[in-house]
Design a protein around this ligand. Structure first.
Ligand code: PA5
Length: 446
């Protein structure tokens, strides 16, 4: 089923359509860059050269995973958010009554209380653990790995190795060494595939396969959107991802510093945090970028929507809906007179009407808005949306003159935390910490 971008409300008096002219004028330059980087293997999220190997590895592994009731994923950032979005979108049973499994648990924080609660309830013999880290050295993930390894080993002895899978770089990093030393099953995160672009590799698709999600369909949908860019890079100017990138750059140039991702496909709500990480970590650089603001329709109509409508005029909006969402049960004919207009209408009619109402209200309050309308809400459609947004993010970075594939600013906090924990090799950070902590404080009780 076809998906569309609807542009009639994307431009306003303050953001005229001519605002994208400067970006559009760079089409040939970006087409050349796309061709060059794709050919050099530097854009695997787009070209997916790893697909055949992934299929060969995942297809026999998926039935083996069925032996376990639980999968515990250890990972953070791009190593966790894609899997969570797919889980909530396509295997939502765990959040509802009567679920009989399988259960996927994603541990992406270092909350000792939550972690203990998880390990205290899970049965090691029934749990396969998947430790995901592209770098193989992320402290949050490694810390969990060490504790879970002990937890498995205490219960299973040497059998722990059978129940630990790692997904990491093919050659480098501590986790890869660990896999080799202990003979752990290991899948790879391909070269140049950074965390936030890796959801459609083993990183997101192994958990998806465990849940019985049609992971091939996710790949098919993504490949469909990527194909014109891969096969004809010089057609970039006609691609919707490039149009979105030009629009996003124009928004930023015209003082719109926030980008709402308003998701009116409620079961896809967790794509909001996935998109937020993709956009923020890729584009928040050199004092530039727009802040992604995930919002859920209709829930956030009763929350942050007031700020969207009448707060600072600094927001653009990607507004996501789908045709053909299930309509659910109808209201009875005996509804009180005051609600008679709902009689016989399906429950699903609220979502459609409220999405329209909110979209129109946003436009009326001057928010430049692109409406992304999905033809359906299956995994193939989600794969298409993910590819659209990933490509749009990369092209926006190129237009901004930043590298959308790195995230250098987050390193400082990591180094300071390592120094605080006593790791070797951080003398400057130790000194900086001491100075920071020695500064006089101004505390106020409440
Ligand atoms: O998108 C990214 O690159 C990051 O958010 C990473 O996914 C995150 O920092 C975790 O890194 P790693 O997969 O190396 O453990």
């Amino acid at each position: 089923m076809s998906h569309t971008l609807e542009w009639s409300r994307a431009y306003t008096a303050r953001l005229p359509e001519t605002a994208v002219a400067a970006c559009a004028a760079r089409t040939a330059e970006l087409a050349q860059r796309l061709a060059r980087e794709a050919a050099a293997g530097e854009l695997p999220f787009l070209t997916m050269p790893y697909r055949a190997r992934l299929e060969a590895e995942l297809t026999p592994l998926a039935p083996r995973l069925k032996a376990y009731k639980h999968m515990l994923v250890l990972g953070i950032g791009g190593s966790a958010l894609g899997a969570r979005a797919m889980q909530r979108a396509f295997a939502p049973g765990q959040d509802g009554p009567g679920h009989q499994g399988p259960w996927l648990w994603i541990a992406d924080n270092v909350c000792a209380q939550q972690f203990e609660a998880l390990l205290g309830k899970l049965e090691p013999a029934e749990t396969v653990v998947v430790c995901i880290s592209k770098s193989g050295g992320t402290i949050e993930t490694l810390a969990q790995y060490f504790l879970v390894r002990d937890w498995l080993r205490t219960a299973l002895g040497e059998g722990w190795r059978e129940q630990m899978i790692v997904i990491t770089d093919a050659r480098k990093g501590y986790l890869r060494e660990e896999a080799a030393q202990h003979g752990l099953a290991a899948l790879e995160v391909p070269d140049y595939l950074g965390g936030r672009y890796s959801a459609l590799s083993a990183v997101g698709l192994l958990p998806a396969a465990f849940l019985g999600i049609d992971w091939q369909a996710l790949l098919d949908g993504a490949a469909h959107v990527a194909r014109p860019l891969v096969e004809h890079p010089d057609s970039i100017g006609q691609h919707s991802s490039f149009a979105l990138a030009c629009w996003a750059k124009a928004l930023e140039d015209h003082g719109y510093s926030q980008l709402i991702f308003f998701c009116y496909i409620p079961q896809w709500a967790t794509y909001g945090p996935w998109f937020a990480q993709l956009w923020a970590e890729s584009l928040g650089k050199d004092g530039q970028g727009s802040m992604p603001v995930p919002a859920i329709g209709v829930t956030d109509q009763h929350s942050i929507n007031q700020m969207f409508l009448d707060g600072p005029r600094d927001k653009g909006c990607l507004f996501l809906t789908s045709r053909n969402q299930p309509q659910g049960r109808p209201f009875g004919m005996d509804l009180p007179e005051q609600w008679a207009w709902l009689r016989a209408k399906p429950f699903g009619s609220l979502l459609e009407a409220e999405a329209l109402g909110t979209r129109m209200a946003l436009c009326k309050s001057g928010v430049p808005l692109v409406h992304i309308e999905m033809g359906d809400t299956g995994p193939r459609a989600a794969g298409s949306l993910m590819m659209l947004l990933e490509a749009a993010t990369v092209f926006t970075g190129w237009l901004m003159g930043v590298n959308p594939l790195d995230q250098p600013a987050v390193e400082l906090g990591k180094r300071l935390a390592n120094a605080r924990l006593g790791a070797d090799g951080y003398p400057q950070e130790e000194a900086d910490l001491a100075a920071y902590l020695a500064a006089p404080q101004r505390k106020q009780g409440f």
